[in-house]
Design a binder for this molecule. Structure first.
Ligand code: FMN
Length: 183
């Protein structure tokens, strides 16, 4: 069994999470923990229905409800230990900035801040073209790439907001190919 941590952030591309999950589950040797940010939940109205015997869902709240006293589980550390491979899809501009600069203010960024760099991380950025072309974006991508994170290229297309250009999340096929390469 391989343990896959699937992180989801507040890009509209989060609507692809059910498809990514289904494709991952085609491999019977994969277990998944889906870690969602608070804003990403907005794009996943059926979030609870995505859980099953091979998919657990974790939110920021879990981190705080699980720990009451010494000896209780520290979720972000347990998730890092559990994980064989992490994929953050979509990675939005906000979480990219936080991760690249060492911020750890929610469950997902805490997992990545406490990361064991012997384990692979794949990220699929997704953002508006102007966000993508903003001068702050590429240096942040270069930082996480220098740590060994695999940064999947964005696609050029007409985005859901109506703008046309780079910044669309890599296709689900490309995301699955990247994961399978590491597995
Ligand atoms: C409808 C909508 C779509 C959004 N799409 C994106 C997006 O594709 N990429 C992005 O970087 N931010 C996008 N945002 C902005 C993020 O949701 C916002 O920066 C949020 O604070 C991200 O929080 P998180 O990184 O904790 O998930 C969108 C916001 C809204 C309201």
């Amino acid at each position: 069994m391989k343990n896959v941590l699937l992180g989801c952030t507040g890009s509209v591309a989060a609507i692809k999470i059910p498809e990514i999950l289904n494709r991952l589950l085609e491999n019977p040797d994969i277990r998944i923990k889906l870690v969602v940010t608070e804003h990403s939940k907005h794009f996943l109205p059926e979030l609870a229905t995505l859980a099953n015997e091979r998919v657990d869902i974790h939110t920021d709240q879990d981190e705080w409800t699980l720990w009451k006293t010494r000896g209780d589980p520290v979720l972000h550390i347990d998730l890092r230990k559990w994980t064989d491979i992490a994929i953050i899809a979509p990675l939005d501009a906000n979480t990219l900035a936080k991760v690249a600069n060492g911020f750890a203010d929610n469950l997902l960024t805490c997992v990545l801040r406490a990361w064991d760099f012997s384990k692979p991380v794949i990220v699929a950025p997704a953002m508006n073209t102007c966000m993508w072309e903003h001068p702050v974006t590429q240096p942040q991508l270069e930082i996480i790439n220098s740590w060994g994170f695999t940064v999947l290229p964005t696609q050029i297309k007409t985005l859901i907001c109506g703008d046309t250009g780079a910044g669309a999340m890599a296709s689900v096929d490309d995301i699955l190919t990247a994961i399978n390469t590491h597995l």
